[in-house]
Design a protein around this ligand. Structure first.
Ligand code: NAG
Length: 252
């Protein structure tokens, strides 16, 4: 402890909003991050913002931020008819701000950084590709916990049945999950979606999920389908007290 001032700041910082998350856009293009809170208190940050290439924002989050999600929107234009289709991938209800974050957390495909902090005495976090992928993303902690990541752009090599949406030049901005692509034609009772008669880990093994290995082989430290905990490399925990950084397009 260097001074009385920093001691006082530290004491202040141990309140309910002691924790910080930094969101860094490492992509060589502008993205529009979105932020969603599943329940309880929300972070100090807006629910959507513009992030120019190579810029970062840092904001406070509740120590027990619950079912929080951060994702990136691509190729957005909010000037007319703001809504989920204002962005070519990852759009939400609203415009720059996601105004209905409870019912939409980004139109799939969207790579998600997910947090449930201080639950059972630990922080839980993961990178989810359960809804598909639209940007490389990783979560690092200030305390050196395991890096949750999908550092690969899964769009260009995405299986044809899952690829898209595309930008105006025909470049793929995402790779859908087999569930979202509705490959088996019935999202209500689907081995790809882990729904209906497949709604448990036992009845929804990864072997029944089409293209599971495309996602998991490229991004082994991310959730590649709804019950991917069984891989042992999907859901991560960290002692409470650290800060986190979400990086889009991390250096590979
Ligand atoms: C988070 O912590 C606050 C303050 O201690 C508490 O009031 C709230 O119920 C907690 N929220 C959740 C979701 O546990």
């Amino acid at each position: 402890m260097k001074s009385a001032t920093s001691a006082a700041l530290l004491a202040f910082a141990t309140g309910a909003f002691a924790k910080q998350i930094t969101v860094y856009n490492g992509c060589p293009f502008t993205i529009w991050p979105g932020l969603f809170t599943g329940s309880g208190a929300a972070p100090s940050q807006a629910t959507g913002w513009e992030a120019a290439a190579y810029t970062a924002v840092t904001f406070a989050v509740p120590d027990n931020w619950t079912a929080g999600r951060i994702w990136g929107r691509r190729d957005c234009d909010f000037s007319s008819n703001p809504g989920p289709n204002s962005c070519l991938s990852g759009g939400c209800n609203g415009g720059l701000l996601c105004t209905n974050p409870v019912s939409t957390e980004g139109v799939p495909p969207a790579s998600l950084a997910e947090f449930t902090l201080d639950a059972n005495g630990e922080d839980y976090y993961d990178v989810s590709l359960v809804d598909g992928a639209n940007l490389p993303i990783e979560i690092t902690s200030s305390t050196g916990c395991h890096v949750a990541s999908c550092p690969v752009d899964l769009g260009p090599n995405c299986p044809a049945a899952l690829q898209g949406p595309y930008d105006t030049t025909g470049f793929p901005l995402g790779c859908k999950s087999a569930c979202y692509a509705n490959l088996d034609g019935n999202q209500a009772d689907s081995a790809n979606c882990c729904s209906g008669s497949h709604n448990t880990a036992a009845t929804c093994p990864p072997s029944g999920v089409a293209y599971y290995s495309y996602f998991k082989d490229n991004c082994p430290d991310a959730y590649a389908y709804a019950y991917d905990e069984s891989s042992g490399t999907a859901l991560w925990t960290c002692a409470t007290g650290g800060d986190y950084t979400v990086t889009f397009c991390p250096p590979s």
